[in-house]
Design a protein around this ligand. Structure first.
Ligand SMILES: Cc1cc2nc3c(=O)[nH]c(=O)nc-3n(C[C@H](O)[C@H](O)[C@H](O)COP(=O)(O)O)c2cc1C
Length: 178
């Protein structure tokens, strides 16, 4: 079986954001547990409004990179009790069901404790609509919790990364080839 392809997608309009560092930390921890060196990331910040331009070759390449993933960490700041408009604009380029074969983890970073459920209520349905499996509850990280995210992500990956692999096309492929 080839190594699972693990991709972090970051939907913060600001480059090198804390949201980005959460995605990077979690993808690395998932890769550690799954024993995969195939880890990459797509940060939407440099694209900005170009995510809305269907002829933009770099954005199209980013779409293809996401579609090829086995495990996706999709991270966004919480804006208005949901994910960012930048992320939605980018994901609107994907056909319904186009993420079939990928297992996704939605991650929201936010400042308001009472928006904790936004990740499960708003973010997970978007990923399901695109065809991804979402085997575990989404992660809502408060700004006050960012500093402690490293150990949390390590423990989360230990507990959930095997279920991510089982929900992905990489697992189906291994069932066919064994
Ligand atoms: C336009 C805007 C809207 C926001 N709306 C919310 C919100 O509804 N709920 C919440 O918890 N945080 C909200 N926040 C706070 C951001 O979620 C938080 O500052 C962000 O996740 C920090 O991530 P970053 O450091 O990666 O930019 C909002 C921030 C901005 C700029």
């Amino acid at each position: 079986m080839s190594a699972p392809r693990i991709v972090g997608l970051v939907g913060n309009p600001r480059p090198q954001s804390r949201t980005h560092s959460l995605a990077r930390t979690l993808t690395r921890e998932i890769a550690r547990v799954l024993g995969s060196a195939w880890v990459t990331e797509v940060d939407l910040a440099p694209f900005g409004p170009r995510v809305l331009d269907p002829s933009d070759a770099a954005v199209t390449a980013a779409v293809d990179q996401i579609i090829g993933a086995d495990v996706l960490v999709v991270a966004s700041p919480t804006y208005k009790a949901a994910y960012s408009g930048l992320l939605k604009g980018f994901l609107d380029r994907f056909g319904t069901g186009s993420l079939a074969g990928a297992a996704a983890v939605p991650v929201l970073l936010g400042g308001a404790h009472n928006h904790r459920l936004a990740v499960d209520v708003h973010f997970t349905p978007l990923l399901l609509e695109l065809g991804a499996a979402v085997p575990a509850r989404g992660l809502f990280v408060l700004e006050a919790e960012v500093e402690d995210f490293g150990p949390f992500a390590a423990a989360w990956a230990d507990a959930h990364a095997p279920a991510l692999l089982a929900g992905s096309g990489a697992h189906a492929e291994s069932l066919v080839t064994t």
